[in-house]
Design a protein around this ligand. Structure first.
Ligand SMILES: Nc1nc2c(ncn2[C@@H]2O[C@H](COP(=O)(O)OP(=O)(O)OP(=O)(O)O)[C@@H](O)[C@H]2O)c(=O)[nH]1
Ligand SMILES: [Mg+2]
Length: 430
């Protein structure tokens, strides 16, 4: 089954907590701090895999979670890192944020990886919080939450050459004659329901991939036939081979109609080099011969390169494949010469969102309530136990030093106002 879209939920493992511990020494009630760090949570990674052809597995398995990091232990022992998971996806998979539809990764090369959900960092143990004035810190940092999001994956096949033409033109027969692909072939239209990708080897160093898609008909760009569902798969193919069945009536008009469909789907698709293959030449008899000649000259007049072929007898395949290979090579050269388009990937650095302070209520006694988002606040308050007065004091100091408290004062936050940060509410004090 061919599935070219899937929605998945990914969550990086949470980081393990740093812990509070002290060295035990003879005759000493409490030695120095020795609480170890928590391990990082495992990430969820998507990897482009050349052997995968569809997103079928993923359309059935929605949830993917990295393992959580273990908590730290005494004697400065670090907690173990959570195991990450790697999800293989077909080459050509694009990754979108489900909610916004924003493209965040485009996996175009085998082996390319994308961190879909980063695991949370482990928290620091209390050994990190000792200072000259705080020799026995009784707090530690909690692990960060793993990243969590809903992604929409969409597969766009990547082929060097796209085989296009009316249903029954002979596309699948051609791809099976020139590659190891074994698509279904039958003498009725719309036999091919899903795209097939074949690898064509001219010689060991000259190889291209060819995509056989379902036949196109008039209105394909609007969804007639099966066409438009699959036009996106050939959107990125730099070279087209247009198969024309000379045994059928109106071959030339249909050729023009299919080109109009391409143009309406994406105007630039019509600019690509397009070779015309007149198919099923083995069944041309004396009666049809003048028709074929007529067809050839009309294509020639349009400036098309024409190749009469028979997939059945292999006649004419060599010059067609050679020319397609040349055009693919020209395209590859051009791509190399162009400043490389860097595949979209997301920087995983966690940048704090801008600090946002908003008054949400004002009371008769002059006191207010505030909602604060962004800045280092959310990050810090989520990482420490706010029931622990020493931890609160530590966080307070950092907020003071980083100027956040000053920003709050400037925004109008007053003594004894209530301030909400994430799940936490506190009274603004001195
Ligand atoms: N004699 C002869 N018949 C051919 C040749 N190529 C294809 N055919 C026949 O034409 C019919 C259609 O071939 P397909 O390869 O399935 O056509 P298609 O373009 O893939 O069709 P759709 O998948 O429906 O779009 C089949 O009966 C093939 O055997 C050829 O070179 N010679
Ligand atoms: Mg077919």
């Amino acid at each position: 089954m061919f599935v070219d879209e899937a929605t998945i939920e990914v969550k990086g493992g949470d980081g393990g907590n740093g812990i509070v511990a002290f060295r035990r020494e003879k005759y000493m009630p409490m030695g120095g701090p020795s609480g170890g760090d928590g391990g990082d949570g495992g990430s969820v990674v998507l990897r482009a895999d050349g052997h995968k052809r569809t997103l079928y597995d993923l359309s059935r398995a929605r949830h993917h979670k990295g393992e959580r990091g273990r908590h730290g232990e005494g004697s400065r022992r670090h907690g173990r890192e959570g195991a990450g998971i790697v999800i293989p996806v077909p080459v050509g998979t694009q990754v979108f944020i489900k909610e916004s539809g924003k493209l965040i990764a485009d996996l175009v090369a085998p082996g390319q990886e994308f961190v879909a959900a980063k695991g949370g960092a482990g928290g620091r143990g209390n050994v990190h919080f000792s200072s000259s004035s705080r020799q026995a810190p009784k707090f530690s940092e909690l692990g960060a939450k793993g990243e969590e999001r809903t992604l929409m994956l969409s597969l766009k096949l990547l082929a060097d050459v796209a085989l296009i033409g009316l249903p029954n033109a002979g596309k699948s027969t051609l791809v099976s004659a020139i590659s190891a692909a074994k698509p279904k072939i039958a003498d009725y239209p719309f036999t091919t329901l899903v795209p097939n990708l074949g690898v064509v080897k001219i010689d060991p160093s000259r190889i291209f991939t060819a995509a056989d898609i379902p036949g196109l008909i008039r209105g394909a760009h609007k969804g007639s036939g099966l066409g438009h569902q699959f036009l996106k798969h050939i959107e990125r193919a730099p070279v087209f081979i247009h198969l024309v069945d000379q045994t059928q009536p109106r071959a030339y008009r249909n050729f023009l109609a299919i080109n109009r469909e391409l143009k309406m789907w994406k105007a630039e698709m019509i600019e690509r080099p397009q070779l015309v293959a007149i198919t099923k030449m083995d069944i041309v008899d004396a009666e049809l011969a003048p028709e074929v000649e007529g067809l050839r000259s009309r294509f020639a007049a349009r400036g098309c390169e024409v190749f009469p072929i028979s997939a059945a007898t292999q006649e004419g395949l060599e010059p067609l494949l050679e020319r397609a290979m040349q055009l693919v090579e020209i395209e590859r050269e051009r791509m190399l010469a162009e400043p490389q388009q860097i595949p979209v990937t997301l920087t995983q650095a966690r940048v704090d969102a801008p600090l946002h302070i908003k008054e949400i209520a004002r009371y008769a006694d002059g006191k207010s309530e505030w909602d604060v988002t962004g800045g280092p606040m959310e990050r810090l308050t989520g990482r420490f136990d706010m029931e622990n007065s020493e931890a609160v004091f530590y966080v307070h100091r950092i907020l003071e030093r980083s100027g956040v408290l000053e920003e709050l004062r400037k925004a109008g936050v007053k003594y004894e106002d209530l301030v909400h940060v994430g799940d936490l509410t506190f009274e603004f004090g001195e």
